[in-house]
Design a protein around this ligand. Structure first.
Ligand code: MGD
Ligand code: MGD
Ligand code: SF4
Ligand code: MO
Length: 579
């Protein structure tokens, strides 16, 4: 019999999945999933799993593994502490049940993000809260501006909704979407803050701003207009690789009535990421796009919006992007591969080696499982109960267990074991699941998270005074000319470090190096050697290495964004040399 579940992966689309006879299919009834899945789930079975727990490299039983885990946690709590480092390998809400145990016994958890935290900080500063722009609004638009988001790769279920619309892509790479767009602005990486401010300035100069809307929702806009006047037009356009014509072309598209801007994580992998996203939001405010049918600015919305956590809260935190593993006796890694996916791999490896004991709790072998003392296999999403939400739409999707038995242990069972061993109260699995399920309500034939609006910000912004808080100042000290920009977007074949990972460095064919040659790529933080793949979608001043490529994060720095405690994967420039 078929069962309905949802894809567990960290992805905008959060697909509804039909499971039957050992096969996974896209739910044809679900309005966004539309009956198809992407390669990650289509090939889900091919990925080899960890089948047995391992201690110091030797197989042990699950009972032995859990008993050892208990000892490591106890010793850590009695000594220099325990760090619980949870990643985004599985996006189910029940993944956080381990937080309940670790927080209750006084362990340290992580704060900030490797992902969208800088942009989210900018959104929250400006709008007061980070709401999802529902796909229904995107569908009703006439013009879609895709700004630092690679929709065909990372958010492919949105593609049908872009059909027939005027499409503008702002991206240093000529992505597949840029290829078919009406306009592609191939700016320099890190050029977005200035481009957004210049667009804002010309919107006001041309009188395209919505004065009635601004009086009600953005009364400080004139101060922001003044700030944009500090940007020297000619020098800055030259610096970001654009012309006045590019500004004119984008403004022309803004003349249409229903405009949507979709911002992705690409624009905010820098220390000033919050300011960039806030400046892009300002364009939406000037044009009066928020709270209007078929309009809006959508970033990765908060997936936790509308969900109350039933789990204990921690009091101590480490920043996720720069966690000091070596300060702890016991580090428990769950659903993550920090030895590859955190920035500054050389530092991370060193810090993990100096931590007392590293435990890895996951599905697949990776750089982190290779250096863990204790490895505990998890169950897949098909073998345990969960519920999920998304940062790309408002649906609440149940994920009931579809298969029984199997290898590994689920997050709830592992947490219950630890809670019982340490005398920490824990509710039944069903009570938590019911708590999450009851956060949903029926809306137009599907279940959505209660309280999430079909048209966010229709009543104004959620700041203290209800007004959009425009950017008041900015810092910009990025070297835009020497060396190469490093861009590290998502790959079509992997989900960060899960599944089929990329192995090349990409540069334009006119970069002066032969296809296939081994290139050493160097930054302030480290180096990596990879074979070169020519890629004429790139600017001449860019080196592209996909997220998940082994070694890419040897090049990226241990820096936090100025706001949002986010990793800054594109903050280092790089040099290249032939090996
Ligand atoms: N196939 C696949 N899908 C995924 C993932 C995956 O690994 N693989 N990961 C998931 C996760 S965890 C996330 S967070 C989302 C993120 O998904 P997206 O938001 O799409 O993020 P990225 O692919 O990192 O970058 C998006 C685009 O930004 C561009 N870019 C890079 N630097 C700049 C810049 O300075 N300015 C501008 N304007 N653009 C820039 C890149 O060229 C790229 O096309 O995707 C999710 N979906
Ligand atoms: N250079 C560069 N680095 C990046 C990025 C980038 O764009 N460029 N992107 C960053 C972003 S946006 C993100 S979100 C992070 C992601 O980085 P991580 O959070 O480290 O995620 P993954 O690499 O997907 O690794 C997830 C692991 O989770 C495990 N897992 C999967 N399902 C389950 C489960 O049900 N239970 C348990 N216990 N484990 C499970 C799998 O074994 C898998 O190896 O990477 C960041 N790193
Ligand atoms: S990874 Fe994204 S697009 Fe692919 S099946 Fe999962 S939710 Fe759908
Ligand atoms: Mo992410």
């Amino acid at each position: 019999m078929n069962k309905l579940t949802a894809c567990p992966l960290d992805c905008y689309d959060a697909c509804s999945v039909v499971y039957g006879e050992g096969k996974l299919k896209g739910d044809p009834e679900h309005p966004y999933t539309n009956g198809y899945l992407c390669p990650h789930l289509n090939h889900f079975w091919k990925q080899e799993r960890i089948t047995q727990p391992r201690l110091h490299g030797k197989p042990v039983t699950m009972e032995e593994a859990l008993a050892h885990l208990q000892t490591l946690v106890r010793d850590g709590l009695d000594g220099n502490g325990v760090l619980h480092y949870r990643g985004s390998g599985n996006f189910g809400l029940m993944q956080a049940v381990t937080d309940h145990f670790f927080a209750s016994v006084g362990a340290t958890l992580t704060e900030g993000s490797l992902c969208d935290g800088a942009g989210e900080a900018g959104v929250v500063e400006g709008r007061g809260a980070n709401r999802v722009l529902p796909p229904e609004q995107i569908e009703k638009s006439e013009v879609v501006v895709v700004w630092g988001r690679n929709i065909p790769v990372t958010n492919s279920h949105l593609l049908p909704m872009l059909k027939g619309k005027k499409l503008i892509v702002i991206d240093p790479v000529r992505t597949a979407l840029a290829e078919r767009a009406d306009l592609h602005i191939q700016l320099k990486p890190m050029g977005d803050l200035f481009f957004a401010m210049l667009l804002a300035r010309f919107i006001v100069i041309e009188g395209m701003h919505d004065e009635a809307y601004l009086e009600e929702h953005g009364e400080e806009y004139e101060d922001f207009y003044e700030l944009t006047q500090t940007v020297r037009i000619k020098a800055v356009l030259e610096m970001i690789g654009l012309s006045l014509g590019d500004i004119g072309d984008v403004l022309a598209a803004f003349q249409e009535k229903r405009v949507v801007i979709l911002t992705g994580v690409g624009v905010q992998k820098y220390r000033i990421g919050a300011d960039v996203v806030r400046a892009i939001d300002a364009i939406g405010v000037l044009l009066g796009l928020f709270g209007k049918e078929g309009c809006g600015v959508g970033y990765l919305g908060s997936s936790a919006s509308g969900i109350d956590s039933p789990f204990a809260k921690a009091r101590r935190f480490e920043p996720k992007a720069t966690a000091a593993f070596s300060d702890y006796d016991t580090v428990f890694v769950q659903g993550a591969n920090p030895a590859a996916q955190m920035p500054d791999t050389n530092r991370v490896e060193d810090a993990l080696a100096k931590a007392g004991h590293v435990v890895y709790f996951g599905l697949y072998e990776n750089e982190t499982s290779a250096l863990a003392e204790l490895v505990i296999p998890a169950k897949t999403f098909l073998e345990k109960n969960d519920v999920r939400t998304s940062y790309g739409h408002n649906a609440l999707l149940p994920m009931p267990a579809c298969e029984s038995g199997g290898m590994g242990i689920g997050e709830y069972d592992l947490s219950r074991y630890l809670c019982e061993a340490f005398g920490v109260p824990i509710q039944s699995e069903e009570a938590y699941l019911e708590h999450f399920r009851s956060s949903g309500e029926a809306q137009g034939g599907k279940t959505v998270v209660k309280g999430r609006e079909a048209l966010p910000y229709a009543e104004g912004f959620e700041t203290d005074d209800g007004m959009f808080a425009f950017l008041e100042e900015y810092d910009f000290d990025f070297e835009m000319h020497s060396d190469y920009f490093l861009i590290t977007p998502k790959s079509p074949h992997s989900l960060n470090s899960q599944f089929s990972r990329e192995t090349h460095v990409h540069m334009h064919p006119e970069c002066g190096f032969a296809e296939g040659v081994l290139l050493r790529v160097l930054s302030e933080t480290g180096e990596v050697t990879l074979p070169l793949r020519h890629d004429d979608r790139l600017r001449h001043d860019c080196v592209l290495i996909y997220s998940g490529t082994p070694g890419v994060n040897r090049l990226t720095p241990s820096l936090l964004s100025y706001e949002g405690k986010n990793a800054c994967y594109q903050a280092n420039k790089v040099k290249v040399e032939v090996c």
